[in-house]
Design a protein around this ligand. Structure first.
Ligand code: MG
Length: 423
């Protein structure tokens, strides 16, 4: 008979956010993570409401069979967030992801909405159990984005399904086999957008005997990689309950799932957009003339050797080497400058339709790529009142294909959807 054994949880605001809008539940045999969204403190409220609904309801739902029970827990959480959001205008539109796991009958039952994830580590292999309900997930499943492109995609945090936005929510529910030795990981996207699956696997595997350390090392890895979002990790393993009943609960109960709301200043609803301005982009006016001239007339690498020492003096081997090294350096410099100029020229003339972090459709100038954490090759030029969630899935796939186009074309497309979609 399998049962949850060790468990641990860690959560951190990350390095870029003022508040932690994630919450988690560690109440064996129930575990969950929730990642809230919404302006001001609404995201924090949404994830905490969802987590406390699961904590309170899990006893009442104890009689139901596994899959039904976990689905009911997520629906309870949905209703709790939706009711509050409908009753209180200041938090209207808030929502949260939820990935919940219930260990019962030698299985782990999963209820899932949003882009938090559940993984199972078995025999050294890490398997992602959940499918992301995100714009990027949809684009990837439809073949419009490769997994590599998805990893650095600017809209990778925009989710297409959340708790709290409707009275009923479509919950993915399924179960997987749970055998002694398995380790399950639930986490928010603040981990998975910063740390790849192989690193998650090796950190959990490497700290297999100490899950507290495993959870902490995952959070640390996400922070080292930039910590752009709140990071939450819940880890539990499966033991054979018959002989190990007493020895399994070796760890103290996890810390309270819901950290206190801080009083810090809140960011605006568009808190994620300003990050885009924190980029390497120049003003559009600067890109035009300079960029264009340099791009069309890159300094050729050839002249440098011609300015080498006078041929009358016999060249020593060392002199020739120095000259050719200088030529190489100047040549490389010219190529780099020309490439940079061409890139800036391209950036100034390319637009694409994307979505802001809080789910608004937007027209971006630049290329839809992130160079490294915090360096984006785009900035929002127009943010529409239209929400991604107001579009149907086929509309989303059409609109967010990220084809580069002119500003007028991009704006016309977005206005077209606004005419149909904005109430
Ligand atoms: Mg997140």
């Amino acid at each position: 008979m399998s049962a949850p054994g060790q468990h641990a949880a860690a959560t951190d605001a990350g390095r870029k956010r003022r508040r932690n809008e994630d919450a988690y539940v560690v109440q064996p045999p129930v575990f969950a993570v929730a990642d809230g969204m919404g302006g001001a403190q609404a995201g924090q409220l949404a994830s905490r409401l969802a987590a406390s609904a699961v904590e309170e309801a899990q006893g009442e739902r104890a009689g139901a069979a596994g899959e039904e029970r976990v689905a009911a827990l997520v629906q309870d959480a949905n209703r709790r967030v939706y009711e509050r959001s409908s009753a209180d205008e200041s938090v209207s539109g808030m929502g949260t992801t939820m990935t919940a796991a219930l260990v019962a009958d030698d299985r782990v039952y999963v209820g899932h909405v949003g882009d938090s994830r559940a993984y199972r580590l078995r025999g050294g292999r890490l398997e992602q159990l959940t499918e992301d309900h995100s714009l990027v997930g949809e684009l990837m499943r439809s073949g419009k984005l490769s997994p590599e492109e998805a990893e650095t995609h600017p809209q990778r945090s925009v989710i297409t399904r959340a708790l709290g936005t409707d009275p009923d929510v479509d919950v993915d529910t399924f179960s997987v086999d749970a055998a002694p030795g398995d380790v399950f990981v639930l986490c928010s996207d603040g981990l998975t957008t910063m740390v790849d699956a192989d690193t998650i696997r090796s950190l959990v595997e490497g700290n297999r005997s100490d899950l507290e350390r495993a959870a902490k090392s995952l959070v640390d890895a996400a922070n080292r990689a930039g910590g752009e979002d709140n990071i939450t990790v819940v880890v539990f393993d499966i033991v054979d309950a018959r002989p190990a009943d007493e020895s399994t609960q070796t760890l103290p109960a996890a810390a309270p799932a819901l950290p206190a709301i801080d009083d810090e200043d809140t960011l605006s609803g568009l808190e994620h957009v300003p990050a885009i301005d924190d980029t390497m982009l120049l003003e559009a006016g600067d890109w035009g003339a300079n960029g264009h001239q340099t791009a069309t007339a890159p300094a050729p690498p050839a002249p440098a050797p011609e300015r080498a020492p006078a041929p009358a003096v016999p060249r020593t081997r060392r002199g020739r080497r120095r000259v050719s090294r200088l030529a190489l350096l100047l040549g490389s410099l010219a190529v780099v400058l020309a490439a940079a100029a061409a890139a800036l020229w391209g950036l100034s003339r390319s637009y694409f339709v994307g979505a802001t972090h809080d789910g608004h459709v937007a027209v971006y100038q630049g290329f839809p790529w992130n160079l490294t954490s915090g360096v984006h090759l785009y900035r929002a030029r127009y943010v529409s009142p239209l929400l991604v969630a107001q579009l149907s899935q086929p509309e989303r796939l059409r609109l967010f294909d990220h084809d580069l186009e002119s500003y007028d074309d991009a704006l016309r497309t977005v206005h077209g959807y606004e005419a149909q979609g904005v109430p």
